[in-house]
Design a protein around this ligand. Structure first.
Ligand SMILES: Nc1nc2c(ncn2[C@@H]2O[C@H](COP(=O)(O)O[C@H]3[C@@H](O)[C@H](n4cnc5c(=O)[nH]c(N)nc54)O[C@@H]3COP(=O)(O)O)[C@@H](O)[C@H]2O)c(=O)[nH]1
Length: 788
């Protein structure tokens, strides 16, 4: 069989078909590499690109098929043989390149060089491959067999590494190589260009290329597309919304659930901005954590986003989609709609709150109940321990409340409890705890108790509050309360004991005839009662001026003869029933209640009047020392009040007045004291520090205070001369006074030894029983006369 006249047409078709297939192989492998990542196919693809070029050159140098003048059968055959040799080499080395990290550029360069060498050799030095009339040369036949040999080796390696390739590639490559061997064998054996062997050779070559193209199309395009289609379906059946965005935040994909969740059409979503579509308007894109994650290509885990407009809450997880190891091409967002779970959580939270409230609060009065009270008591104990404070626990029980319930019904009873509880709320302070114990029992925790009177006052207020008539509809009801009080830490440091004790005190109050309060410890009831009684007595006493002033002389011992230099005014209360009450029993109470201001003004008035009188009589009592309470000094009208007293009692020079202020009082707020005392000093009144050594004076303040005398506290004098510590202390105070340029006076001097010690150490001013106790004015007058 001969193809004769149509050979050129057939040859052109066969060769150009091979060229197109080769180009197809190279283009497909190159452009699908980004997702196939198949370096084996990429290698073959690159090789077939250059094979296509060489095959074009082979065709173009074939006589009768050439476009240019250059044609020569040896050139054309040389192109052919070397192209096939190149092709066989590519097929042989391809299995070894499957994992090799070769550089595309280097490979392209290598193939370019090989191609160029083939071109140079074929065009310029074509070896003799065909002799007109004789046929193929031995060289040509030898090279063809060599190519067959390479292809046989290729078959071996393809088989050896068969497991490394997909079934399609594996089979296609083997078939393709076998067909190429057959093609080469045909081209080695043919003698006549138009003969059947040449025809068969081209058909085998055609088939070998075609099979290779098929395999590449299947693995590089069909399979990935099928996979993509499959994953697209899978992606749509994912029960969570999934949205893919590119790195600029434009939506590229959104699955069915995502579209349903946001109520959007796919056409309106794809290509639009993710932030605009899916995030609340209130969030600025620059501050949106999801958008930041997209922009930075960073993982974002379990970010909760609540959209108030849509009433939805969703949990977002974002992970980068990488096109290769280093560059992020977009982000995959998996969204879990947790709106329902959130609503449930909120409901459970609310129910928990309600339950918690019901556990801790009384439903009728909304007051803390027994449980919460115990908790508050626990806190009160911790706080009191920490700050070294006291607190009181009051248990309040309404008297004969049962009768109201029995006669008027529980509804009225409930209203009475509510009214009483709001009265209690008005009576107690914000910081105190009021609780309903159940039934008609209430409890109050009064924290940081400063004085027993404060507890007394609160209990008394509650008793009075309970007694006020209650108006409910047409009923006017009268109730009363019995209160039991226990004190922390005096009675106990344990909550349950404190509760037990306030309970038993409350029963005692019931036994005592109801409508009263009792402390758990009976003495405390007595102390509290007597203090409160004294408080009201003291108020009356100040109003009735039931006080006398005693005077205690102050002596200067610096000369041979002792000289009277002053008198300290010391008040006594002439109680109508209890007789003369000493100041230590009522001065602290007067200070606590603020009555000291009025009391001291009264003493000042009486003492200044008396001393002025003595001066008028020509006597010289020296300076009058008045005790000045801090509260007095801080009264706005204090200076004016002194002036008025002085003016009222006639003339007494202010230089005859001295104020004694205790060290501890002065150091409480020295800055304010300095200002006020300076005014007194400017008036010519002397200031001395009383009870010096018992407070904690700051030396810097001592220097700044306008004080001219220190009074050594009698507690130090008492230890003189026996107690070494007192000796050191007294000496130090005297030295300090000298260094500060102040006078010094010792009080509480009872013995000659004490007086001598003081004298020897430089303290010449003395006050004490050694000379005189505080004495009434008549006796004082005699004392003054005896010292004139
Ligand atoms: N704010 C006011 N305080 C006043 C007033 N009157 C008195 N007081 C203060 O009351 C405290 C007790 O005073 P009193 O019972 O009068 O005792 C004074 C002296 O009797 C006592 N003293 C003096 N010498 C001796 C002694 O040798 N032995 C001894 N056992 N006691 C002695 O010292 C008290 C004087 O103290 P002081 O004032 O510190 O100089 C007392 O703190 C008074 O200050 C008043 O009108 N207003």
């Amino acid at each position: 069989m001969r193809i004769g006249a149509h050979y050129l047409a057939f040859h052109s078709f066969a060769e150009y078909f091979a060229v197109f297939v080769s180009l197809g192989i190279s283009l497909i492998t190159y452009y699908t590499y980004s997702f196939t990542k198949n370096r084996y196919l990429l290698f073959i693809g690159l090789g077939y690109f250059w094979i296509a070029i060489l095959d074009v050159l082979h065709t173009q140098t074939y006589m009768g098929m050439n476009i240019y003048e250059i044609y020569d059968s040896n050139t054309s055959i040389t192109f052919w043989v070397f192209t096939r040799l190149f092709e066989a080499s590519i097929l042989l080395t391809a299995p070894f390149m499957r994992y090799r990290e070769y550089k595309n550029f280097n490979l392209t360069l290598l193939f370019f060089i090989i191609t160029s060498i083939i071109i140079v050799v074929a065009m310029n030095f074509p070896p003799e491959m065909f002799i007109e009339g004789e046929g193929l040369t031995d060289l040509k036949i030898g090279l063809e067999y060599f190519i067959i040999f390479i292809l046989l080796v290729t078959l071996y390696f393809n088989k050896k590494y068969a497991n490394e390739f997909s079934a399609v590639i594996r089979k296609a490559m083997q078939y393709s190589v076998i067909l190429t061997i057959l093609a080469e064998a045909s081209f080695a054996l043919y003698t006549d260009v138009y003969g059947v062997m040449n025809l068969a050779g081209h058909i085998f070559k055609f088939l070998s290329f075609w099979i290779l193209l098929q395999a590449i199309l299947k693995t590089s395009l069909e399979e990935p597309f099928a996979l993509m289609q499959k994953s697209a379906t899978t992606y749509n059946v994912i029960p969570y919304p999934v949205i893919v965005v590119d790195k600029k935040g434009t939506v590229r994909q959104a699955n069915r659930v995502a579209l349903e969740m946001f109520g959007k059409e796919e056409s309106s979503v794809i290509g639009s901005r993710n932030h605009k579509l899916f995030h609340p308007k209130s969030i600025n894109e620059n501050e949106c954590p999801i958008c930041k994650s997209i922009l930075n290509g960073e993982v974002l885990e379990d970010y909760i986003l609540t959209d108030k407009d849509l009433n939805t809450t969703a949990q977002y997880s974002l992970s980068p989609i990488k096109s290769n190891e280093n560059s992020v091409s977009g982000m995959l967002q998996i969204i879990v709609d947790i709106t329902h779970a959130k609503t449930l959580e909120t409901k459970v939270e609310k129910q928990k709150e309600v339950l918690e409230y019901q556990t801790n609060y009384d439903a009728l009065t909304n007051l803390p109940n027994r449980f919460l009270l115990e908790d508050r008591l626990e806190h009160a104990i911790q706080k009191a321990k920490h700050h070294d404070e006291e607190f009181a626990l009051l248990l309040i029980d309404l008297d004969q409340f049962k009768q109201i319930n029995d006669t008027l019904g529980h509804k009225i009873g409930d209203q009475v409890l509510k009214i009483f509880s709001s009265r209690l709320q008005n009576i107690i302070h914000e910081d105190d705890t009021l609780a309903r114990f159940g039934g008609d029992e209430f409890s109050v925790v009064l924290e940081n108790v400063q004085s027993l009177e404060a507890v007394y006052e609160l209990a008394e207020n509650i008793i009075q509050g309970a007694k006020q008539p209650i108006f409910i509809g047409k009923h006017t009801l009268y109730i009363s309360a019995s209160i039991g009080i226990s004190m922390y830490p005096k009675d106990s440091g344990d909550i349950h004991d404190l509760q037990k004790y306030s309970d038993s005190a409350m029963y005692k109050a019931k036994e005592e005839g109801r409508n009263n309060f009792q402390f758990y410890s009976p003495e405390m009831t007595l102390i509290a009662m007597s203090k409160v009684l004294m408080q009201s007595d003291l108020r009356k006493a100040i109003a009735n001026e039931e006080f006398v002033v005693y005077y205690q002389p102050q002596i200067d011992t610096s000369n041979d003869k002792d000289v009277l230099i002053g008198l300290e005014a010391l008040v006594r209360w002439e109680h109508p029933t209890q007789g003369l009450i000493p100041p230590f029993k009522f001065i602290p109470l007067a200070e606590e209640t603020g009555m000291i201001v009025e009391l001291d003004r009264l003493v000042m008035k009486m003492a200044i009047a008396q001393v002025a009188q003595w001066y008028k009589e020509g006597l010289n009592p020296g300076k009058l020392s008045l005790n000045l309470a801090m509260k007095q000094l801080h009264q706005d009208d204090f200076i004016q009040a002194i002036q008025t007293i002085i003016d009222d009692c006639g003339c007494i020079d202010k230089k005859y007045l001295s104020f004694e202020i205790t060290e501890s009082d002065l150091m409480t707020n020295p800055e304010v004291s300095i200002k006020k005392l300076n005014i007194l000093k400017e008036l010519g009144i002397e200031i001395s520090i009383d009870d010096f050594g018992t407070g904690y004076s700051s030396l810097s303040y001592l220097k700044r205070l306008p004080v001219s005398k220190l009074k050594i506290d009698q507690s130090f004098t008492r230890g003189i001369p026996g107690d070494k510590d007192d000796v050191v202390l007294v000496k130090t105070i005297i030295a300090l006074a000298k260094n500060l340029n102040m006078k010094v006076i010792a009080e509480g001097v009872e013995t000659k030894e004490q007086k001598e010690f003081m004298y020897e150490n430089g303290c010449v001013e003395i006050q004490g029983y050694l000379y005189s106790k505080p004495i009434p004015s008549e006796e004082t007058k005699k004392f003054i006369i005896s010292y004139q």
